[in-house]
Design a protein. Structure first.
Length: 199
């Protein structure tokens, strides 16, 4: 008696490559693995391309210049900034009143907590560190642009701002609970001693 043949289930690869192949000439993208929105099974992944052209934090992480804790701390800061910015807007008394206009939105607990974390981060970073962090994470400036904004255009200053930005991310990782205080103590010496560079 012949055995019945079992049909082998069709196995698809776990990661599907749906990357675009026609990219603009000035595109700056990196491949990332994300959850497949069209997956039949939970946990299936696809490879997508993420633009890092206007994302200095993503570019530094993609080129292995930041570790995961620094990257996640930077993203947490950006998320808190966006949440705090969506808060109630000031009423402009010079504008004409319009019937049916929305009133002031109340401050949510999430927005309040985001502002408290941002205030703590600013105290921890100091005035100079907070300014550099804000320029890179909020305005999306590169290290060269940070230097030009301060009138300091040389490779030595670019290197200093890059090193200082990494120290600030280390401090943010402690503020957001992504790292221990051991790393931030190492930064304190550099912050206290200051830096006198040449332009």
């Amino acid at each position: 008696m012949a055995r019945p043949r079992r049909s082998k289930p069709h196995r698809m690869s776990k990661t599907h490559d749906r990357r675009a192949h026609d990219l603009p000439r000035n595109a700056d993208v990196i491949p990332v693995e994300i959850d497949d929105p069209l997956a039949l099974q939970p946990g299936e992944k696809i490879v997508a391309l993420r633009s890092v052209r206007s994302d200095p934090l993503g570019r530094l992480h993609a080129h292995k210049q930041l570790d995961d804790a620094q990257y996640r701390a930077g993203r947490a800061f950006q998320n808190d900034w966006e949440r705090a910015e969506r808060g109630p807007q000031a009423i402009d008394p010079s504008r004409e009143h319009v019937d049916g206009a929305r009133g002031r939105e109340p401050v949510t607990e999430g927005q309040r907590q985001a502002v408290l974390r941002l205030n703590r981060a600013e105290r921890e970073l100091g005035a100079d560190g907070a300014a550099i962090t804000h320029d890179v994470l909020v305005h999306g400036l590169t290290m060269e642009q940070v230097g030009h904004k301060r009138g300091l255009a040389s490779q030595r200053w670019n290197d200093y701002f890059a090193r200082r930005f990494k120290e600030c991310l280390d401090r943010l990782a402690v503020v957001y609970g992504l790292s221990t205080d051991r790393v931030s103590r190492k930064c304190d010496g550099a912050v206290r001693s200051g830096h006198r560079g040449e332009s």
